[in-house]
Design a protein around this ligand. Sequence first.
Ligand SMILES: C[S@@+](CC[C@H](N)C(=O)[O-])C[C@H]1O[C@@H](n2cnc3c(N)ncnc32)[C@H](O)[C@@H]1O
Length: 306
Amino acid sequence: MNGRFKRFGTCLVTPSGGNGGRGPAFAISKVQSDMFNRFLLERFGLSKFTIKQITVAGRLGDFIGSRVSSLKCSGGFYEYFNLLKSDKNEFQMLADFITCKETRFFRAPDQFRLFLNVLTKIKETDPFGKRLCIWSAGSSTGEEAYSIAMLLNSDADLKHWDVKIFATDVADRAVEFAKIGAYDDNSRKRIDDKEFLGVFDGSTIKTERGYEIRKEVRSLVDFSVHNLMDDIFVAPNIIFCRNVLIYFEPEKVRDVLKKFYSVLPHGGFLFTGHPEGSSKIFEGDPSLKGFEYVSGSGSFLWRKPF
Ligand SMILES: C[S@@+](CC[C@H](N)C(=O)[O-])C[C@H]1O[C@@H](n2cnc3c(N)ncnc32)[C@H](O)[C@@H]1O
């Protein structure tokens, strides 16, 4: 992840509580706090646990306070809260503040190896008519989508296939950063798999800006802002949604999975992340009744059966 992006903004959603000795926090009442948390659930899917973590870390109250003051909201919290619902920029400032954007190239290499196996199978059986449409849902600053693009671009067998990657995130600053396609030296250092490091080197050009993604790789990816709480506008045959649903309330995870199921074709795949796999987030979930677990995949890979 690029250093310009914080992990969680630190938040305080408790009603006018203390803020770890940093001085007076912006005071919000219990009613206001409940309203705000409801908004975080409805518009970001955030679970009570995630909200609590953000709360404990401390500064949402300060964030709200600073927005109220910068916007000169004489109506205080309620004026800001109404603005949040109607003004895209305000919504984006909050999105940027509350989301965790931790990511890196070829994160969890075992999952990318699994992806390569899936790719081999797809090439053999061609279930999608030489069309590969992959969606990186919750793509953060782009490393996941570009890792996929690098692998597809270096596969000569796919030369005459129709290949596209859609990468979306709720946080527009992360999306804008991703579109540029230039990453600092640290991004390369964080790849701990030799084979994938070679793929990265072959797919980037070293410049004074760091590592720039080669044009032919960049052109495979379309980045856009999209909130998983909203309708889906892509028709992928593979979805990567890793390290995103772990922050969501179970009811919202179910909603998102239902949407994934409805847009995937039969035979389509869903890749989830380590946390989602190990937290048993999908286990026994009726919305996943349709998906079948691809055995031996370490609980990261699901398939909509034919
Ligand atoms: C921890 S990052 C994971 C990035 C990448 N998938 C990976 O595994 O490396 C989670 C991303 O999900 C995004 N996100 C969180 N809530 C979202 C939502 N409701 N809709 C779309 N993206 C969301 C965040 O902005 C963040 O960039």
